[in-house]
Ligand binder design. Sequence first.
Ligand code: ATR
Length: 279
Amino acid sequence: MIKACVIGWPISHSRSPLIHGYWLRQLGIDGSYTRQPVEPASLSKFINELGTAGYAGCNVTIPHKEAVFELVAGADASTERLGAVNTVYLRDGKVLGTNTDGEGFINSLRQGAPDLKLANQRAVILGAGGASLAVVNAILEQGVTEVAVANRTREKAEMLRHRFGSRVTPIDWVETADQLGECCLLVNTTSLGMKGQPALELDLSRLGKHAVVTDIVYTPLRTRLLEDAAARGNRVVEGLGMLLHQAVRGFSLWFGVTPQVTEELYELVARDIDPDFRR
Ligand code: ATR
């Protein structure tokens, strides 16, 4: 039996076992995927002994993504740019790390908004934390001319420019609404709008009607930002898609089969978040 898991501290809320468990059943694979609480003090031991413990690999979540990047024996160029790992796998006895958050974001966007063209366009991103880093990196890789980053703490947006170069332009948080005119994509990567967090208040009146709006928050499945954008007629992409799509490559690395993000999987996880979910 092939074993994989997700590590974090705390980890009890992770929906990854639901996703990978669905694929294991659907594809008839003799494997398991469990939650493993790993406290920061035990992290290096857990990563170093992953193979000995019988794991093919693991997912990594808060607060370990940066620390695991430092612990793995190697990572690909895109992951090196991020300095954060969300997927660990063994190859030739070595513990390697990669990050699938960016492709999760892009593939979710492609599925939800197939007509969206990012090359030579401008995107506006709210937030400059860990999630923003992966999203900005992925959008830049798609060939946009400009990623405008609005963050409450402007210095963190400035740090993104320092890290990724002059296509990233920090903007003032209070000026976000005025900056929406020329963008093809608006993304919320902050925790605003999440269940239990303050609301995201943003005037969308300057947003063009062809702009796509997405939120990485998926509790609730449809945030106020998405509701407001959909009410104006903008295409919206829900945050849950990123969670499902980021899981694909890890599954393929550990279990040897590339799984599909199906409507059935979406509904399974959506119903776990909101028992009243209906398409
Ligand atoms: P994650 O890894 O999920 O991105 P994070 O690194 O803690 O988490 O980043 C959280 C993001 O939400 C940041 O951009 C943060 O803004 P600051 O850098 O100014 O802290 C943003 N955020 C959280 N609460 C916010 C609030 N009340 N108003 C505006 N932005 C907020």
